[in-house]
Design a protein around this ligand. Structure first.
Ligand SMILES: Nc1nc2c(c(=O)[nH]1)N[C@H]1C(S)=C(S)[C@@H](COP(=O)(O)OP(=O)(O)OC[C@H]3O[C@@H](n4cnc5c(=O)[nH]c(N)nc54)[C@H](O)[C@@H]3O)O[C@H]1N2
Ligand SMILES: Nc1nc2c(c(=O)[nH]1)N[C@H]1C(S)=C(S)[C@@H](COP(=O)(O)OP(=O)(O)OC[C@H]3O[C@@H](n4cnc5c(=O)[nH]c(N)nc54)[C@H](O)[C@@H]3O)O[C@H]1N2
Ligand SMILES: [Mo]
Length: 779
């Protein structure tokens, strides 16, 4: 896999120049303008952009950040603009394209090149004789899928993947079809993303979603941003952060890298600020922990709070803890405080990578705020101990009653634009009994009750031949998942692989014995069904549900909407059971009626949707109702890991040179690579780089600019290696390294997953560096 993951520029010398401009501002506009000048569709895209996140327009296919429903501002950002532009291309990947290239030839191309070829415009089937994809009509494609599905000895031999762009309507139909077919095998992108948040919050506060809404950001005294790079991945979040700083609130960043967007910010739409080139600091403190050191930092903060609480009690001063809240809502505080007491300061310091003075400062900043919001993303969720880390965030917040009060609460910042909605609609391999009961009652079929496969389990099942059919509703399974070589083998083991996609990607090329590519409409496209143009709905990180209307004429009449494709597969496989699938997709109001009947919070869905800005689903913990077994908010008395290194890394008999995280550049959307620059980190025209501290580069016997192979450590005897990465001397804490996802996914062992979350540990990869086989030259 590694050779074709490298981009054509692999031999350009590294050009790393620190970026001194503010995040946003002119640089952002220049970058969007460049994307448009290079775009063959500029006018159309500008029209589309102006409709992004506006009432009557479409939901931005970028991230899941929400906007204030009241604000009339133009709500888009540089990276949202790139996402729209990328989807709204005029270039086509059609039958003529596939006639030109064999699958083997396409495999030699980079991910960037593959997606850049344009939109998929007609259904294609793989022909082994010519090693090419050939056109197939929709009905034959559906019949092929039905034949495979109905031929399996058990429905559990099929895997039904979802990526988080699928609309609520598509996701609801999909889960209904898959459960009527007979399985809960729903591997999902969220298994690799915020799964740990869902698991941890469910146990602690009884609901797996964030408890804050957009308004809370206007009332917070302090906002903590843990393991998240909003300047790149959630640019619209920089607005409320900037406003908070203006108001005098604190923004505290916890991130080993000094991310530009968190350091300084300048709003690209505020002309005056751009002209004066002034910018305001968004952070009032910046802590740079060891990778995976956040739990120790949080525990250390709690230990300081406990110390101050005792001092306050002894001196008759006001309490540090919110005793009224704890008495009324909390459960298990004594057990929790006992483990806080028992955790030695030395361990907290060593594991967090911070000094006691820094931990104390973080604790003071937390206590200074009456109302605190804590946000987090992948730097927190992609570790072995992510679930306990997130529960430690909750513990700290519970100590001061910071959940369910205005301006305070928990904010896991979601990734894909509708990943949260997909879960709400029942894309869940471990479905709650209430959902299954509701489906059974409404549709009257025997709903499968056993848990299904998550992403990592699905890969194991395909590797071992226990699963034989893979269907992907969006996404790029082959590239987004860990242990790329084994995942490729797993997909190739299948009898049939099917991808419902907008753009060509590597997953189409790493296919089963038979394979289909089914082209679908995206968020920006007009979705015309029998009863007229249709809107879909999505849910953002703040549990706001709103409509999305496509604006652009699809490139081809052969493309179908996701609900229509799901209905086609379902009708071919199950006939009219348990619903008339084709009748449902003629008018999506009909699908929404079924959602209203079965999914909590969606009563009168169609009527409420007409309200501009959508409606709030509510959050039980946000209103201090705790749907936990204890009926209260649980303090979780977890222990810190003995060692951050996985025992299986230690069992390899080798010690790592460095611990590496994999992350996103400024010019990518997950596996979609828009360009080869990473502006805020000063990287140009390169992706195969390894960010390392200069002292470490020298300690390990290399020189900056030198090429290395990266090998990861695990105890199973498999060699996991990627080749020819350029060492970049960077401002990164000692002992750490960073590289871009998905280029380094071959290094993440399939078995290296979070406890309780099964999420691949993409932010903690134990590596060794070797002189690159090819050149070893020093630049
Ligand atoms: N433009 C754009 N927008 C996107 C995406 C995209 O690819 N491009 N992807 C979308 C998706 S699906 C998601 S999930 C989100 C992802 O949004 P992020 O979570 O911001 O994405 P990552 O690039 O993985 O960044 C993780 C950040 O965590 C830091 N970090 C890494 N390890 C640790 C650690 O152990 N502790 C701490 N405190 N910090 C750590 C890294 O330095 C980095 O700043 O963005 C969504 N939005
Ligand atoms: N090493 C490492 N691995 C990671 C991560 C990491 O930080 N490090 N992050 C993880 C995270 S947070 C996530 S969410 C996953 C992402 O995993 P995925 O969601 O599987 O990957 P994407 O790159 O978002 O999928 C891109 C493809 O989706 C298709 N697509 C785009 N829009 C649409 C649409 O509207 N409909 C349909 N049907 N298809 C569409 C296009 O064909 C495109 O090629 O990756 C995970 N993998
Ligand atoms: Mo994600």
């Amino acid at each position: 896999m590694t050779s074709h993951q490298q981009l054509p520029q692999e031999h350009t010398p590294p050009r790393y120049k620190p970026y001194h401009g503010a995040a946003g501002g002119w640089g952002a506009l220049r970058s969007v303008a460049k994307a448009w000048v290079g775009s063959d569709n500029a006018l159309k895209n500008i029209r589309a952009l102006l409709k992004t996140n506006q009432h009557g327009g479409f939901d931005c296919p970028g991230c899941a950040w929400g906007d204030s429903p009241e604000s009339g501002m133009v709500k888009f950002c540089e990276n949202g603009a790139k996402a729209v532009n990328w989807e709204a291309t005029k270039r086509r990947v059609d039958a003529a394209f596939f006639a030109r290239y064999s699958v083997s030839a396409l495999l030699e191309q980079s991910d960037y090149w593959l997606e850049y070829q344009g939109r998929l415009t007609e259904p294609m089937v793989y022909d082994p004789a010519s090693d090419r994809y050939q056109p197939i009509d929709w009905d034959s494609a559906f019949a092929l899928i039905a034949r495979h599905l109905n031929g399996l000895t058990s429905p559990d031999q099929a895997e039904f993947y979802t990526s988080g762009r699928a609309s609520n309507e598509a996701a609801f139909l999909y889960q209904l079809f898959v459960r009527a077919y007979g399985t809960n095998n729903f591997p999902d992108c969220s298994n690799m993303c915020h799964e740990a948040s869902g698991v941890a919050l469910g146990q602690s506060v009884g609901v797996g979603k964030g408890t804050v809404t957009f308004d809370d950001f206007e009332h917070a005294d302090a906002i903590f941003v843990w393991g998240q790079n909003p300047g790149t991945n959630h640019p619209r979040m920089l607005d409320p952060l900037r406003d908070a700083v203006k108001r005098g609130a604190q923004v505290v960043s916890v991130n080993p890298l000094k991310e530009r967007g968190l350091e300084r910010f300048q709003h690209p739409q505020n002309a005056l600020e751009m002209l004066t080139n002034s910018d305001r600091p968004t952070n009032t403190a910046y802590f740079r922990p060891a990778l995976g050191g956040d739990m120790a930092l949080l525990r250390g903060m709690a230990k300081f709070l406990l110390q101050w609480e005792r001092e306050a009690q002894a001196n008759g001063e006001p309490a540090v803890f919110d005793h009224v809240f704890i008495a009324e809502h909390g459960q298990g505080i004594n057990e929790y405080l006992a483990v806080v007491d028992a955790t030695p300061w030395e361990q907290l310091q060593a594991q967090s990578g911070l000094t006691l003075a820094e931990i104390e400062q973080a604790a003071r900043m937390y206590c200074k705020g009456k109302r605190v919001i804590m946000c987090w993303a992948m730097g927190i969720t992609q570790h072995r101990h992510s679930v306990p880390t997130i529960q430690e965030i909750v513990n700290l917040m519970l100590l001061r009653g910071n959940i369910g009060a205005p301006g305070a609460g928990l904010c896991p910042v979601r990734g894909h634009s509708n990943v949260q909605g997909d879960r709400t609609m029942g894309i869940n391999e471990r479905p709650p009994a209430a959902l299954l009961d509701a489906l059974q009652k409404r549709f009257d079929f025997p709903v499968p009750r056993e848990n299904g496969h998550n992403t990592v389990e699905a890969i194991h099942a395909m590797l071992e031949g226990r699963a034989k059919v893979f269907i992907g509703l969006g996404g790029n399974f082959a590239q987004a998942t860990p242990d790329s070589q084994r995942t490729a083998r797993a997909l190739r083991n299948c009898q049939l692989t099917v991808h419902i996609s907008t753009k060509l990607n590597r997953s189409h090329l790493v296919h089963g014995k038979q394979a289909l590519i089914l082209p679908c409409l995206g968020r920006t496209d007009i979705d015309l069904q029998a009863e007229g143009p249709q809107a879909v709905t999505v849910e953002d990180s703040f549990s706001m549900v709103h409509a999305s209307n496509g604006q652009l004429h699809p490139l081809s009449r052969q493309m179908r909407s996701e609900p229509a494709v799901v209905a086609g597969i379902a009708a071919a496989t199950l006939g009219k059971q348990p619903v008339d699938w084709h009748w449902l997709v003629a008018d999506y109001d009909r699908i929404r009626e079924l959602i209203a009947d079965t999914i909590p919070g969606f009563t009168d869905f169609n009527q409420r949707l007409r309200h501009p800005g959508g409606f709030y689903l509510g959050n039980s913990a946000g209103s201090r109702q705790w749907k936990t077994a204890s009926g209260r908010a649980n303090f979780k008395a977890n222990l810190l890991p003995d060692s951050l290194l996985d025992p299986r890394v230690r069992a390899s008999g080798q010690l790592p040179d460095l611990i590496m995280q994999s992350m996103r550049s400024h010019d990518q959307y997950n596996t979609t690579i828009y360009g080869l620059d990473d502006r805020y980190r000063g990287v140009k025209a390169q992706r195969d780089v390894l960010f390392v501290n200069e002292a470490d580069i020298i300690r390990l016997g290399f020189a900056p600019g030198q090429k290395v192979d990266i090998v990861s450590l695990w105890d199973d005897g498999l060699v996991r290696r990627v080749q020819g990465f350029t060492l970049l001397a960077y401002d990164i804490p000692a002992g750490q390294a960073a590289a871009y996802y998905p280029e380094v996914n071959p290094l993440v062992p399939l078995e290296s997953v979070g406890d309780g979350s099964h999420t691949p540990t993409s932010k903690f990869i134990a590596i060794k560096l070797e002189r690159a086989g090819d050149t070893g030259r020093i630049i």
